[in-house]
Design a binder for this molecule. Structure first.
Ligand code: ING
Length: 318
């Protein structure tokens, strides 16, 4: 009997703006509503954006530590987010959540832009901390918006792990990570079949100045589609979208197949759930043909390495 394909139904839960005035409880309510909707649409896994519990606070300069710390979770689950884990277990749906993580360990407090992967029983499977922190570390008063992730977060210290989960191999990254090919390749070399990520991307005015919105959308799709195709993996990218505290954020949440095709994409700039059946076995075709690492990446086997007189010493012995 031929084994059925491993099909994972994934929901990308795009969020509209989160106002500074919204409490954790109010935001968690929005997430619970989308988790329930995802369950109704038979999702095995629902993916929330980067920093999904608060407004994108790196757009502002804060002087006082307590003004920054209020955006961070001191524990995960915490008093409000506990409800997400409980609902996940109740419904039998996994989730990925982006949030600002505060870690108080032996060598002092560390702050990360983090995402977690939680299984269908509401248990955390894995954690990722953002490596590529864009923008600038110093306050730039002349700018309309800041981009102070370098000031507010430490560089992620967990690398790019993947986990056996949801009947496949799953990895995570966050926002700016998706623009760098090595992000996908680090996981691609580990056999990843599904990469889930969230993003908060200004629709215009990136850190260095105005950029037409159509390029923001192009670069968003291009980065994720090429990462998916070149590593034969599914990629799910989920936006915090819309006009958040006056700043226009890009939408375009997408579910992308190992072929590089966009199989579902958000149309609005609000809370919007898009769903796709992700056949994890569809990765095998490209992993065993076009992107067969073992077969096609053996430079020494094909004499691709240029030997120089001093390189190996072998020539001297001839
Ligand atoms: N945001 C943006 C991102 O990488 C950015 C920063 C915007 C970089 C536009 C380049 C161009 O999508 C975050 N949070 O990383």
């Amino acid at each position: 009997m031929v084994e059925p394909n491993r099909v994972l139904t994934v929901g990308a839960a795009q969020l509209g703006p989160i106002a500074l005035s919204e409490t954790r409880a109010q935001v968690v309510n929005r997430l619970l509503h989308m988790m329930t909707r995802a369950h109704e649409r038979r999702c095995d896994l629902v993916v929330f954006p980067e920093l999904a519990l608060t407004s994108f606070f790196p757009r502002w300069h804060f002087d006082k530590a307590e003004d920054i710390d209020r955006f961070f979770e001191k524990s995960m689950p915490g008093p409000e987010t506990r409800l997400l884990f409980e609902r996940a277990a109740e419904l039998g749906i996994g989730f990925c959540l982006g949030f600002a993580e505060m870690v108080d360990d032996a060598d002092g407090a560390k702050r990360f832009n983090t995402s977690i992967l939680v299984d269908k029983t509401g248990v955390e499977i894995g954690r990722y901390r953002k490596v590529h922190l864009p923008g600038h570390a110093d306050y730039k008063p002349a700018r309309k918006w800041q981009h102070l992730e370098k000031a507010y977060f430490d560089v992620g210290d967990l690398g790019f792990p993947v986990w056996r989960a949801f009947d496949g191999i799953v990895g995570m990254c966050i926002c700016n990570d998706r623009r760098w090919p090595e992000t996908y390749r680090m996981m691609g070399l580990q056999g990843v079949e599904l990469i889930v990520l969230g993003y908060n991307t200004p629709a215009t005015e990136p850190p260095w100045g105005f950029e037409p919105t159509h390029l923001a959308a192009l670069h968003n799709n291009l980065s994720m589609q090429s990462g998916a195709y070149q590593n034969a993996t599914w990629v799910v990218g989920v936006a915090k979208a819309g006009r958040e505290e006056g700043c226009d954020m890009l939408g375009g949440s997408a579910i992308i197949a190992p072929t590089g095709e966009i199989v579902a994409q958000a149309r609005t700039l609000d809370d919007e759930l898009i769903v796709a059946d992700c056949d994890l076995d569809a990765c095998n075709h490209y992993k065993s043909t076009v992107f067969n690492f073992v077969e096609h990446r053996q430079p020494d086997k094909y004499g691709l390495i240029t030997e120089t007189a001093g390189s190996s010493g072998r020539r001297d012995q001839e």
